[in-house]
Design a protein around this ligand. Structure first.
Ligand code: ACO
Length: 366
C-alpha cells in the first residue's frame, strides 16, 4: 500500500452506499436507481432526498429567509465565501459534537440556501435585484424557484433544462470536490466548512469549470464551419478538448447521453454544431489515442443544455455546485456516520539533510 499513485488513480479511499458509476457499462445509479429512471419522473429536490435520506420525501426544503452579507456577482466565489459564513451566522456546531439527525438538518438548510445564494449572485451579476420571497414562492420546483429568484420569471423549458442538468450531476462518487468535502468532514469540522471547501475544489476547469469553456468552442466551430480543423488545431498544440475524457468512465458517460437527448428535445439552437464537434473530436481522439478511451463527458452537453436556459458560461461552475449539494451532503453525512480522520501519506522527494546556511537567501556570515 506504499506505492505512489499520481492523482490517486485507482486508489480506493472509502466504501460508499450513495452512488455507483458503472465504469464499463456507462450507467449511473443513485442509491441503486438509474438516473434514466429519475429524469422526467422526479424533480431535483426529490433526488436530493433520495441521495441524502434514501427517500424521495421530504426532500430538500425551501431556503429560509436570509440576506447574504455582500455579493460580488462572481457566483463560485460568492458561494464559497457565503457558505463558509453561514457556519458562524447560523452557529453551526462541529460534526463531532452533533448527532447524524442534526447533521442532516444542517446540510438540508445549507443545500437550500446555497442554491439561493447562487441565484442572488447571478442577479447581482446581471445588475438586477434578486426577486423577493413572495415571487420566488410562486415556483413549484427548486429549479423554478431558482429562476424566479434570479430573473423574476421561470420559463418552463428553462426550468426543465436546469432540473435535468441538476439531476444528472447531483452525485458522482469520489470526485475531487466530494473528496474535499469528506476530508473536511472527517476532521469533525462543521457542515458549512465542508460544503464551502467542496465549492472551491469544484471551481477548477478540470472538474466543474469545463462547460464554461465548451460554448466558446461551439462558437468557434459555428464560425469556421470546420469542426475537424478546429479539433486538429487544439490537439496539434497538445491542448485538451473540453468536455471529453473522464477519470472513471471507459465507455460513454450516461449523463452525456441523457443531456444530449434533453438538448435535442428542448430544441437547442446549438445542437447541430455540438454534434458535429463531438463527432470530429471523438474521431480525432480515437485516432491519436487508440489505447485510451476518451469519450464525451457530462460537461459537453451540460454546456448545451444550460445554454438552452440562457445560463451564461461563467455561471456554469456555480450551477454545477447547486447540483452537487446533494452529493456533497450525502457524503458528508456518510463520512460522519462511518468515517475516521483522513490522513494519507506523502513520499518525500525533497533535498537531503543540509544546514540552513545552504538555503538560498540565508545571511552570508560576516
Ligand atoms: N482532450 C485531449 N486530450 C486528452 C483529453 C481531452 N479532453 N483528455 C485526456 N487527454 C489525453 C491527455 O492529454 C493525456 O495524453 P498524454 O498521455 O499524451 O499526455 C491522456 O489523454 C491522459 O490524460 P489524463 O489527464 O491522465 O487522463 P484522465 O483520464 O485522468 O483525465 C480529465 C481526465 C482530467 C477529465 C481529462 O480527460 C481532461 O482534462 N478533460 C478535459 C476537461 C474536462 O472535460 N473536464 C471535465 C471532466 S468531467 C467532471 O469533472 C464532472
Amino acid at each position: 500500500m506504499n506505492e505512489f499513485k499520481p492523482g490517486l488513480e485507482g486508489v480506493v479511499a472509502f466504501q460508499t452506499a450513495i452512488a455507483e458509476p458503472d465504469r464499463e457499462g456507462g450507467a449511473l445509479r443513485y442509491r441503486g436507481v438509474d438516473i434514466e429512471d429519475l429524469v422526467g419522473n422526479f424533480h431535483y429536490e426529490q433526488v436530493w432526498g433520495l441521495l441524502v435520506d434514501e427517500s424521495f420525501q421530504p426532500g430538500m426544503p425551501d431556503p429560509e429567509p436570509y440576506e447574504p452579507a455582500s455579493l460580488t456577482g462572481n457566483a463560485p466565489s460568492d458561494l464559497q465565501a457565503e457558505t463558509a459564513r453561514l457556519s458562524s451566522v447560523w452557529n453551526l456546531k462541529k460534526l463531532v459534537d452533533i448527532d447524524p439527525g442534526q447533521a442532516r438538518d444542517d446540510l438540508a438548510r445549507l443545500s437550500a440556501q446555497m442554491m439561493a445564494i447562487v441565484a442572488r449572485s447571478a442577479a447581482v451579476h446581471d445588475g438586477r435585484e434578486p426577486a423577493p420571497d413572495d415571487v420566488v414562492a410562486q415556483g413549484k420546483t427548486a429549479a423554478e424557484k431558482f429562476l424566479l429568484r434570479w430573473r423574476g420569471e421561470a420559463d418552463p423549458d428553462h426550468a426543465k433544462a436546469i432540473d435535468t442538468y441538476w439531476i444528472c450531476t447531483a452525485e458522482h462518487g469520489l470526485n475531487a470536490s466530494t473528496f474535499t468535502a469528506r476530508i473536511t468532514a472527517s476532521t469533525g469540522a462543521d457542515c458549512g466548512a465542508a460544503m464551502s471547501g467542496a465549492v472551491g475544489a469544484l471551481s477548477g476547469p478540470l472538474h466543474g469549470g469545463a462547460p464554461a469553456r465548451v460554448l466558446p468552442m461551439l462558437d468557434a466551430v459555428a464560425e469556421s464551419g470546420d469542426p475537424e480543423g478546429y479539433v486538429k488545431s487544439i490537439l496539434d498544440e497538445h491542448g485538451r478538448i473540453m468536455g471529453f475524457g473522464h477519470r472513471v468512465y471507459r465507455a460513454e458517460d450516461p449523463r452525456s447521453r441523457l443531456l444530449k437527448r434533453t438538448a435535442k428535445e428542448l430544441g437547442s439552437p446549438r445542437y447541430e454544431v455540438a454534434e458535429a464537434l463531438e463527432e470530429a473530436a471523438l474521431d480525432a481522439l480515437k485516432e491519436r489515442k487508440p489505447d485510451y478511451v476518451i469519450a464525451t463527458n457530462v460537461e459537453f452537453y451540460s454546456a448545451v443544455v444550460l445554454d438552452v436556459a440562457d445560463v451564461p458560461p461563467d455561471l456554469t461552475p456555480a450551477m454545477f455546485a447547486c447540483a452537487r449539494v446533494a452529493g456533497w451532503a450525502a457524503h458528508i453525512l456518510e463520512e460522519k456516520r462511518t468515517g475516521r480522520l483522513i490522513r494519507p501519506s506523502a513520499q518525500y522527494v525533497g533535498p537531503g539533510e543540509r544546514p540552513a546556511s545552504e538555503v538560498d537567501g540565508a545571511p552570508v556570515p560576516s
